[in-house]
Design a protein around this ligand. Structure first.
Ligand code: FRU
Length: 493
C-alpha cells in the first residue's frame, strides 16, 4: 500500500521532473529528479544493478521533510530515476525519513534501514526530535515499512550517548555471519561517536560497542558512518558536524574524516593508526560506499556543503552526487580513483607532449565542460617554477582554477571568479606530496563541478560552480617555467 504522502511525492516528481531539460543537469552526476537532494542513501547493488537513494525534498530546492528519492544504474554514472521510495508518513518518521542504507536479503527482498525522526514537545514547550532506526522491505521499486518499526530506539542507546542525535545506520554483512550496523551519535561530552549494533536476522538488533569516539577532537556529531575492510585494514568513514580547522587537513564546519586501523575484536573498537580528510575541496559530504560484484569498494558523496546551500536562481533542482570513486590504500593513506566505468564515456582524445609553459597558454582543442583531462607537470630544473595553474570554466569574465606551489607543496582550488555573488567559502588548500615540482592532475569536469585527483588519487579536491556553460575555456600557466603533457577526452553519455 502506497501512502497518500508517497503517492503525492511520486505524482509531483513525475509531473515536474519532466520539465527539467537534460542540458540543465550535469551529464553523469546524479541530481534529484526535482527539488532538493542531500546525502546518498542505500548505495548498493541489488539484482545486478547499482541502486542509490537520496535524501529528498521534491517540493522545493531547500531542505524539508525528508523523503527518499531513488535511481538505478548499470555503470554508476548513467542513472535512471525510479519513483520516490519513502515518504514521512508514519508516527515514528513524521518529521523525516533520514539517512540510511540498503541490503539484499537471503529471500531476495531489498531491505532499507533508515532513521525515522519524530518530534515531541516537552512540558516546557521545547520541541525535541527523537531518532530511531526503522526498516522497509521491497522489490527494488516499492517498499513496505515494517509493522514493528522502530527496530532500534531510545532504550537501545547506551548510557552516556544521545537519544536525539542517533542516526544514519549503515548495514553490512559480517564475514562470520549475521549483520552489523554502525550508527552516528553524539556522546555526553557533546562530541562525535559511532555506535556498533549486531543482528542475526537484520531485524532484531542489540548494542555491541562504541566503535570509536573523538572526545571533542573531530567535531560535535558524527553523521553518516560507513565501515569496511580495505587492503587489510579497517576503515571508518564519518562526516562530523562543527569541526574546527586543523592545519590544512581539516577545515571549519562539516567535514569528512577517514579513520584507518584495525578492530580490537574483543572490545569491538577501532584501534586507529591514521586519521585523514577524505576530500580536500569545498563540496563533499556524507559519503557512503558499496562493494561491486567484482569486489571493488566504491564511494559516492553528496557533492555539496551544508554552509553554502544556495540554489542558483531559477534552478529546479539543487544538490548533486559526486563521481563514484574506487578506494584503495597506498602507504597507509586512502587513495581514490574515478570509477573505471568513466573510461567508457570517453570520446574524442587530444594529447600534447612536452609543452613548455610560462605565461598563460591555451592549447588548440583543449576546452569543454564535460571532460576527463590528465595534466602531467615537470619542472625544467628543480626550482624552475613557483606556481603552476590550470584555469577552467573560463570565459571573458569567469574562471575557476587549481594551482600548485612546489615551495610549500600546496594545492589550491578556487571558484572566486566563478560568478558567485555571495560571500562564502570559495577557496580551499591542502598539502600534497613533494615530488620536486612534479605533479599529476586528473581533472573531471561535468558542467557544474570539478573533481581534481592529485598524484594518482592521493588527494581529491571537489567543488561545484554554476558558471554559464559558454565559459568553457581552459588555460595553463606557470610563474617561471614548467613543461606539461596534456591528455583530454570529451565525455559523453
Ligand atoms: C547529513 C544529515 C544526516 C541526516 C540527513 C538529514 O547530511 O544531517 O545526518 O540523516 O542529513 O537529511
Amino acid at each position: 500500500m502506497i501512502s497518500e504522502a508517497l503517492q503525492k511525492a511520486r505524482e509531483f516528481e513525475e509531473q515536474y521532473g519532466a520539465y527539467i531539460d537534460a542540458e540543465e543537469r550535469p551529464l553523469f552526476h546524479l541530481t534529484p529528479r526535482i527539488g532538493w537532494m542531500n546525502d546518498p542513501n542505500g548505495f548498493s547493488f541489488y539484482k545486478g544493478k547499482a541502486h542509490i537513494f537520496y535524501q529528498y525534498h521534491p517540493y522545493s530546492t531547500k531542505w524539508g521533510p525528508m523523503h527518499w528519492g531513488h535511481a538505478v544504474s548499470e555503470d554508476m554514472l548513467r542513472w535512471e530515476y525510479l519513483p520516490a521510495a519513502l515518504a514521512p508518513d508514519q508516527s515514528y518518521d513524521k518529521a523525516g525519513c533520514f539517512s540510511g542504507s540498503a541490503i539484499e536479503l537471503e529471500d531476495g527482498q531489498q531491505m532499507l534501514l533508515y532513521t525515522g525522526v519524530r518530534e515531541k514537545r516537552r512540558e516546557d514547550g521545547v520541541k525535541l526530535a527523537y531518532q530511531t532506526q526503522c526498516l522497509a522491505f521491497g522489490d527494488g521499486r516499492d517498499y513496505v515499512k515494517y509493522a514493528k518499526n522502530p527496530v532500534l530506539g531510545e532504550q537501545d542507546v547506551p548510557e552516556g550517548f544521545s537519544r536525539h542525535d542517533f542516526r544514519d545506520p549503515k548495514i553490512y554483512r559480517r564475514p562470520e555471519g549475521g549483520f552489523g550496523c554502525v550508527i552516528g551519535n553524539r556522546s555526553d561530552d557533546k562530541s562525535g561517536a559511532i555506535l556498533l549494533y549486531e543482528s542475526k536476522d537484520a531485524i532484531h538488533w542489540h548494542f555491541r560497542s562504541v566503535l570509536d569516539r573523538c572526545y571533542n577532537e573531530y567535531g560535535k556529531m558524527w553523521e553518516c558512518p560507513d565501515t569496511f575492510e580495505l587492503d587489510g585494514k579497517q576503515l571508518l568513514l564519518v562526516s562530523p558536524q562543527d569541526m574546527c580547522q586543523a592545519g590544512l587537513e581539516f577545515h571549519n564546519g562539516n567535514g569528512t574524516v577517514c579513520l584507518i586501523g584495525s578492530i580490537d575484536e574483543q572490545r569491538g573498537c577501532l584501534e586507529r593508526e591514521r586519521v585523514q580528510a577524505i576530500d580536500y575541496g569545498i563540496d563533499f559530504y556524507a559519503p557512503q560506499t558499496l562493494l561491486t560484484p567484482d569486489g571493488r569498494r566504491v564511494m559516492i558523496g553528496w557533492m555539496q556543503n551544508w554552509d553554502t546551500c544556495i540554489a542558483p536562481e531559477g534552478s529546479k533542482w539543487f544538490g548533486q552526487m559526486s563521481l563514484p570513486r574506487e578506494l584503495s590504500l597506498r602507504d597507509g593513506r586512502l587513495i581514490q580513483h574515478p570509477v573505471r566505468e568513466l573510461e567508457r564515456l570517453r570520446g574524442r582524445r587530444i594529447a600534447y607532449h612536452n609543452v613548455p609553459v610560462r605565461a598563460e597558454t591555451v592549447l588548440q582543442g583543449i576546452f569543454g565542460r564535460t571532460l576527463d583531462m590528465t595534466v602531467t607537470v615537470r619542472p625544467q630544473t628543480a626550482d624552475s617554477y613557483s606556481v603552476f595553474r590550470v584555469k577552467f570554466a573560463k570565459g571573458s569574465q569567469h574562471y575557476s582554477s587549481v594551482s600548485y606551489r612546489p615551495d610549500s607543496s600546496t594545492m589550491r582550488i578556487s571558484r572566486v571568479h566563478a560568478g558567485y555573488n555571495r560571500d562564502f567559502v570559495h577557496e580551499r588548500k591542502c598539502f600534497v606530496a613533494d615530488r620536486g615540482g612534479e605533479l599529476k592532475l586528473r581533472i573531471i569536469l561535468d558542467r557544474f563541478s570539478a573533481e581534481v585527483f592529485v598524484n594518482d588519487g592521493e588527494q581529491v579536491l571537489t567543488m561545484t560552480f554554476y558558471t554559464p556553460q559558454s565559459a568553457d575555456g581552459i588555460s595553463f600557466e606557470a610563474q617561471g617555467h614548467a613543461v606539461i603533457d596534456v591528455e583530454k577526452y570529451d565525455l559523453m553519455v
